[in-house]
Design a binder for this molecule. Structure first.
Ligand code: WT7
Length: 650
């Protein structure tokens, strides 16, 4: 479990913030009975929420539950792109802004729903011209530019399955994901902007695709000649060129079954291999759409600004499918929050009149470190709701967000959820719930989350245990792509028929849930999930490395940072150059977010007599604590060596 220091602070937190009368009066949900009603008949609750979508054919059955497999809204047909865009083109929202996009260098583009719809139609024609059909996989490796949203929706319109790969992933990580899902087409850009420099996306793509079955690469020109991108004859085509060759006509939306797959999104687990999380069309959309209306109190007049990259689930649900299916306006920003200056996000809030602002605790802690003076030039008056996601938010960061961004008057919704859950699961309803800094509060209506002990019995208030979800919900993952056994074992292996997210949690006297962090070998660095095994495999892949053990240690800004303990092969000498080289090796294997904060060389790793690495001891050392119980160690002298190595590194 994470961050013991934070944990004590969390559990001592006693402040309570009830919703203001003003907020409550205007809230989409302000009748407490919604919880009871949904708990009594969750299926009826979700069926009612599902009426917010436009169905081609209504569903006949709400749920079929053969644990661990759920099917929702059986017999219904619909199209996700039609729901996110086309139905608004046929309404009063036709000329309403769907996307207010700002590029890193300061260029900007606005798409109304009608304009966005025309672009999606064109892109659907383009993909179809490249041979993409219903059920085919399309990998999307793009920066935060409008073509990313357009590509996802074009896939949805055709009925193809999109698999977005975060543009910060390396060529090798892209390759692994493309091969795993057998993508037919990859959509990328010549390069992407990042802090004044470029990310060589096309070059990475070329490296990733060598020897794969990918037929075509569709390339958005974001940078132009300076990108140095090279095109492969017969395989690669520029987006703007293909766009001229396809008809400028509506593309008919594919009629998709409720359970047809909408997308895959890879995430890390406890093995070295990422899991392709499978999401369905109807259930996912119902979850995304319901949560923007309830948890985020979204209205037609809202301007929703979620700072997450679309390469992660937060961006899928709260930049694309949630707010667009509800017909809102979203702000989308291409660049880094501190580029070209530290006030960039607040400048955008004021420029576009953002009303809802959704970000991660790590960003708030970064702002705290900078100090509030960079906020001075901005009014932030348009904001009416703040939200947090990605990791437990420490009460100090919550209070800073509340006072400096919220000016002491805006509700904060801390939303706990996962790639696998599709939408927010434990979160306040801002017109109803009194919030406590550091707690995601209660499960949202229709979700039955509990904290249980080792035997699966519910814990008493004031105790901790495993967080579990006891009933299926519409936006739950359907399986792991190509590996249903892994799906079964990872999520339903411990308590049959009950979903295990892999987080520890504490239940307080008021029944509020306090998420404590991962209980498996997963690290949360700046809200990004990284498997310790993935980093270990990357390190062991280097010829100098014999063995590696990777842990997450508490970090002031990132929440957790990666510390690697490495044993070198015989004859290899430790050196600062080797540290740099190994860190770079991990970046090449996975991506910059997995770069170890520190690498410590040690002659031995602490192991039990059955050769299991004792990570708990490594965490104690890295966090400077008294090293715990060492009686099961095969060789207790290892601890002294490790401590000495750690001292040397400081
Ligand atoms: C893990 C999921 C879906 C959001 C982005 C991360 C941690 C997420 C919270 C929160 C405490 C949180 C959990 C979870 N987490 N939100 N509000 N409070 N912890 O998605 O990469 O699938 O990671 O992030 O540990 O299991 P993800």
């Amino acid at each position: 479990m994470t961050t013991t220091g934070n944990l004590d602070a969390l559990l001592r937190e006693t402040r309570v913030f009830p919703p203001s009368d003003e907020f409550r009066a205007q809230a989409n949900v302000n009748d407490e009975r919604i919880y009871e009603r949904a708990a009594q008949d969750p299926e009826a609750y979700w069926a009612e929420q599902a009426q917010q979508l436009t169905w081609f054919r209504p569903f006949e059955q709400i749920l079929e539950w053969n644990p661990p497999h759920a099917k929702w809204f059986l017999g219904g047909t619909l199209n996700a792109a039609y729901n996110a865009v086309d139905r608004h083109r046929e309404s009063h929202r036709k000329n309403k802004a769907a996307i207010l996009w700002e590029g890193e260098p300061g260029d900007s583009r606005v798409y109304t729903y009608d304009m966005l719809g025309r672009e999606v139609d064109r892109a659907a024609h383009m993909l179809s011209r490249l041979g993409v059909k219903k059920g085919d996989r399309v990998a999307i490796y793009l920066p935060m530019i409008p073509e990313l949203v357009i590509s996802m929706l074009a896939c949805a319109k055709i009925g193809a399955i999109h698999s977005v790969v975060f543009a910060g992933f390396s060529a090798k990580a892209l390759r692994e994901r493309v091969v795993d899902c057998d993508a037919k087409v990859v959509i990328t850009a010549d390069a992407g902007h990042r802090r004044g420099g470029f990310i060589p996306l096309k070059q990475n793509t070329d490296e990733a695709l060598a020897g794969t079955d990918v037929r075509h690469v569709l390339v958005v020109q974001r940078i132009g000649e300076a990108s140095g991108a090279e095109m492969t004859e017969g395989r690669d085509v520029y987006w703007h060129e293909l766009a001229k060759q396809v008809p400028n006509t509506p593309y008919p939306p594919a009629e998709m079954d409720a359970e047809d797959i909408l997308f895959l999104l890879y995430t890390s687990g406890t093995t070295g291999k990422p899991k392709g999380i499978v999401h369905s069309t109807a259930g996912y959309l119902v979850g995304a759409n319901t949560s923007v209306r309830t948890v985020f109190d979204l209205k037609d007049s809202d301007v929703f600004f979620c700072t997450a990259d679309i390469g992660w689930i937060t961006g899928h649900t709260y930049v694309v499918y949630g707010p667009l299916s509800a017909g809102a306006t979203v702000v989308m920003y291409e660049g880094a929050p501190d580029w070209p200056h530290r006030g960039r996000l607040w400048e955008l809030v004021d420029k576009y009149g953002a009303t809802i602002f959704y970000t991660a605790p790590t960003l708030i802690r970064t702002l705290m470190k900078w100090g509030p003076q960079f906020l001075e030039p901005y009014s932030l008056d348009s904001l009416r709701l703040l939200a947090s996601v990605g990791e437990p938010i420490n009460p100090e960061a919550w209070m800073w967000f509340h006072s400096h961004i919220g000016k002491g008057r805006l509700p904060i919704v801390d939303t706990w959820w996962q790639t696998e859950t599709g939408c927010a699961m434990i979160a306040p309803l801002p017109g109803l719930t009194s919030t406590k800094p550091g707690s995601a509060t209660r499960p949202v209506p229709g979700i039955s989350a509990k904290v249980v002990d080792e035997e699966g019995n519910e814990v008493e208030p004031g105790h901790g245990g495993y967080l579990v979800i006891t009933k299926p919900w519409p936006s739950m993952l359907r399986t792991v792509w190509g590996d249903d056994d892994r799906f079964r074992n990872t999520y339903f292996g411990k308590f049959p028929g009950i979903y295990l997210p892999g987080d520890g949690a504490h239940l307080d006297e008021d029944g509020y849930v306090w998420i404590l962090g991962r209980i498996d070998d997963v690290i949360n660095v700046s809200g990004h999930r990284i498997g310790t095994m993935e980093v270990e495999s990357a390190l062991v892949d280097h010829p100098a490395v014999a063995e590696a053990a990777v842990i997450g240690r508490t970090h002031e800004v990132k929440g957790q940072a990666i510390t690697a303990f490495v044993t070198l092969r015989e004859g290899v000498d430790a050196s600062p150059e080797l540290v740099t080289e190994l860190k770079q090796h991990v970046v090449e294997k996975i991506g910059a977010m997995a770069r170890p904060e520190e690498i410590l060389f040690t002659a031995e790793l602490p192991k039990t007599r059955s050769a299991k690495i004792m990570r708990r001891l490594l965490r104690d050392i890295a966090e400077g604590r008294v090293v715990g119980d060492t009686t099961t160690l095969a060789d207790p002298s290892v601890i002294e060596q490790l401590k000495a190595a750690y001292k040397d590194s400081e």
